[in-house]
Each structure stands twice: as C-alpha cells, then as structure tokens.
Write a protein that binds this ligand. Structure first.
Ligand code: UD1
Ligand code: MG
Length: 465
C-alpha cells in the first residue's frame, strides 16, 4: 500500500481577521499546520498540502520546517486556485496523487491541530474510515448518517440539512482514509448542486461509501476541533496546554501554577524540573533533571542542562546552558550563547554568540557578544565587549582565570591572555599578554580642601573653574 496524506489548507480563514494564513497561526508556539504535519507517520509515501490564500507564506514556512528537520515525510504543495470547496481541493490534487502512485489517501485539515499521532496511525491503517465526533450542539458541522450496522450512509452539510438531519449530534470531523481509485472516480463525478455552490468532498466520500463500506470512528472532539476564530485558537491552546501539562506531570515535572505556564509540543522536560508561574517554553527546548525555571522566564529553541537554576524573568533564545549554571534574574541569553558547567550569569547581563567556559562569571550588568570567556574568568559589573565598529563584528577572546574589572570596555578584536588582570574603568584596545596587569585610566587628581572652596565659589555664583 502506498499511502499519501492530503492536508487541506487553501481556505481564507476570514474569521481569523488576519494577514497571516489561518494554518500558520500558532498553538503554543507551533503553527497549526506544523502540528498536523508532525502527527503524520514517517512511512508515508508523501504528503500534499493544498494551498492558495497566503500560498507564499505557507510555502516559506514549509521550507523552514523542512530545513529544520521537522517534517516526517516528503511534502509537496498543490495550488488549488480560487477555492471552490473541499471536493475541489481534492480534484486539484489528482495529478499529484497519480504522480506519487498513491493507493490510499488520508485527508486531514491544516486547521485541526490536535489530532494525535495515534489517531492518524489508525486512519492510515484503515481501508476506509471517517472520523466523527458527538457534539451536544453540532452547529455548522456536517451531519453523519449511518446504516444500522454503523457503516457510513450519508453526509449532509448543515446548510443543506432537513430539520431531522440537523438534530443528529454525530458530526463529520473532516478526516478520512479512502482507497485512491474509488475516491478518484467519485471526485470526477462531483457537482456543486447544493446550498453553498461548492464541490463537497463529503459527496465524494458518500459516493465511495455506496461502493465499499466506510467505517465511522467517534473520537474525542478535542482531536477534531478546528481553528476558525481567535476564540477557537485560544480554546485549542488551552486544550493543548492541559494535555502537555498532564503528560509532563506524569513524568515528574512540577508546575507551580499550571494555568499560567505555556509549554510547546516540542519541549522535552526531565524529572524534578520545576516550572514557576508564567514560564513560556517554545520550539525545541530541552531541560535537564532537577532544573528550576523561574517565574516569567521565556525560553525558545534552547537546551538547559541538569541542576540549573534559571532565576525569574530571563529570556533565553537559541542557547545552550550547561549543568549547574545559575542564570538571572533578568538575564538575556541571545542566539549562539553557550554556557559550560557552573557558569554564573547574573542580573541585567546580555550575551550573544558568546561561549563561557566552566565556572566563568558575569554577575551584573554586562554585555558580552562575539566572545569566548575562559574557565574561571570573572567579568566585573558594567563590562562591555565593543564588538561592533559600525560595519563589522569582531571577537573578544578572554583566557582562563582572567579578572576583568568593573566598567571596562573591551574594544574588539581583542585577545586577553590567561591570568591577566584588567583594572576597573579601563578601555582596552590592545591585546593583553598572559598574567599582565592592564590599566587605562586618566590619573586621579585630589585637591585637598578643594570641595569647600568650590562650594564657596558656587554660593557666590561665580561658577566653576
Ligand atoms: C467540512 C465538511 C464538514 C465537516 C467539517 C469539519 C465539506 C463539504 N464539509 O466543512 O462536513 O463537518 O469540514 O471541519 O467538506 N479548504 C480548502 N479548499 C476549499 C475549501 C476548504 O483547502 O476549497 C480547507 C480549509 O482551508 C480547511 C478545510 O478545508 O482547512 C475545511 O474547510 P472548512 O470550510 O473549514 O470546512 P467546511 O467545508 O465548512
Ligand atoms: Mg467551507
């Protein structure tokens, strides 16, 4: 069997009222379409994303995910042209499905993010299956009509339904698995003779059901809930949040205030991790055993080792934090920061493309960018690496056990040897050899009694000399 998935994503998403295509709106940091694609099994022949509105943005996102290795199988796109209905979307895919040699087609919607991998596997394993849900208020969903033995008998859109049909609470979830030959034939016979003047995929599914038995599987509604409005997006995010929290709690993670904590679907947490209120972890984040992530901290695409203390209100992006480090409060680790073991980055310290080796410290108010900081080196308060000359970026390489006094500017490119000592308030523009004492200050002047004399002059209004 050669199974190909088709993901419908050409709709406009009018109710989102957004410039961003609906399927790119995020749930816990990952766009809806990425959730759908990541739930696909790796052994599919391929997946086709049907696009039209916001095509360029969707294709750019797909290329980024492909590059990041986030897509489980080969993905192609098909431009539906002006969307004329879900059946029209599948008709547009006929050449591509033929080209891929599909024998079985699994159809999902790009705006239904919470279908689990397990449910998608169930679809892939079925010969002919439709996923349904039972809703107390079925609203605008298509109604599922079944034969007494449960097989699919009909699908009626709410706008075309009779009052009796509208009373049916079993609704079409819009996810199907069907043999391609039967579906292909049914698609060729579609008309738009209905209330919405659309080519309904549901009509093709019903036509297939006349030839072969199509099973109906009732799922947890959360798995089939679509994102049509900002309200739906918030509800889906809350559902995803609950699901993810339950999972990590069962794995030994403490959430001090679960409702306020946002943990994305690609986050990996370890035993005895403690997340304080208001923590947000997005993208590919990994946190090691026994690590504490303080209140209000935001972490994106970063790895933090075990036994780390990230104190409140830190922002950590595209960085690596080694075992036993202490970071923050109020620290900002920007892209390309690597902290070795037991590094200390204190309050109001910003780092970028900086490597701190084991035990190095920058405890207060510093900017360390494009730099290498050796083992055991201490960066004083207010130290700045002047890495940018207005045109180019330059590196600062600081050896082991160096002491950089407070309020020092290190004007890159610069190399500071092991064990060097830089006096506070220096502007260092030349390399400093190992073990050297480097200072650059104007000599201090202290005039005895000068303060009183000055005050007298000030009172007379004679000004300052
Ligand atoms: C469809 C089903 C309905 C089901 C519901 C489940 C049909 C006719 N109806 O409703 O029975 O209860 O899904 O959510 O299929 N799309 C395209 N091209 C189009 C039209 C839609 O790609 O021409 C995409 C949309 O972007 C969306 C998905 O298909 O991702 C579903 O479209 P939507 O309009 O939300 O579903 P309905 O047609 O209302
Ligand atoms: Mg529609």
């Amino acid at each position: 069997m050669s199974t190909v998935a088709v993901i419908l994503a050409a709709g406009l998403g009018t109710r989102m009222k957004s410039r961003l295509p609906k399927v790119l709106h995020p749930i816990l940091g990952d766009p809806s379409l990425l959730w759908v694609l990541r739930a696909l099994p790796g052994d599919l022949k391929g997946a086709i994303v049907v696009v039209h509105h916001g095509k360029e943005q969707v294709e750019a996102a797909l290329a980024t995910w492909q590059k990041a290795g986030l897509l489980p199988c080969p993905i192609t796109t098909v431009d539906q042209g002006v969307p004329l209905g879900t059946g029209h979307a599948l008709q547009a895919c006929i050449p591509e499905l033929d080209r891929l040699g599909a024998t079985q087609v699994v159809i999902l919607c790009g705006d239904v993010p919470l279908t689990t991998g397990g449910t998608v596997l169930q679809l892939c394993a079925a010969e002919a299956l439709l996923l349904a849900m039972d809703l107390p208020t079925p609203g605008a969903y298509g109604r599922v009509l079944q034969h007494p033995d449960g097989r699919l008998a009909g699908l009626v859109e709410a706008k075309d339904a009779t009052p009796e049909q509208l009373a049916v609470q079993r609704v079409n979830g819009g996810a199907y698995s069907l043999p391609w030959s039967a579906l292909r034939q049914a698609l060729l016979g579609l008309t738009n003779d209905n209330a919405q003047r659309e080519y309904y995929l549901t009509d093709a599914v019903v036509a297939v059901a006349r030839a072969i038995p199509v099973a109906v599987e009732v799922c947890d509604p959360e798995e089939l809930a679509g994102m049509n409005s900002r309200h739906d997006q918030a509800a889906l995010q809350a559902a995803a949040q609950l699901r993810i929290e339950r999972h990590w709690m069962a794995e030994g993670v403490t959430f001090l205030h679960p409702g306020s904590t946002l943990v994305g679907p690609r986050v990996q947490l370890s035993q005895d991790v403690l997340l304080e209120p208001g923590v947000r972890l997005e993208g590919a984040v990994a946190v090691g055993e026994g690590t504490l992530i303080g209140q209000g901290t935001v972490m994106v695409d970063s790895t933090v080792g075990s036994g780390v203390e990230v104190r409140p209100y830190c922002v950590i992006e595209k960085s690596l934090v080694g075992e036993g480090c202490k970071v923050g409060p109020f620290a900002r680790l920007r892209e390309g920061t690597t902290l070795g073991e037991d590094v200390r980055i204190g309050n109001f310290v910003e780092t970028k493309k900086a490597r701190f080796h084991r035990g190095a410290k920058a405890s207060h108010l510093a900017y360390i960018g494009d730099a290498d900081v050796g083992e055991g080196t201490n960066i004083g308060a207010g130290v700045i690496t002047c890495n940018y000359d207005g045109v180019n970026k330059h590196r600062t390489v600081i050896g082991r056990n160096v002491f950089v006094g407070s309020d020092t500017q290190l004007v890159a490119p610069l190399v500071i040897g092991d064990g060097a000592l830089i006096g506070a308030g220096s502007t260092i523009t030349k390399d400093v050899p190992a073990d050297a004492l480097a200072l650059s200050r104007t000599p201090q002047v202290s005039r005895e009694g000068g303060a009183s004399k000055l005050r007298v002059r000030q009172k007379k209004g004679t000004g300052v000399s």
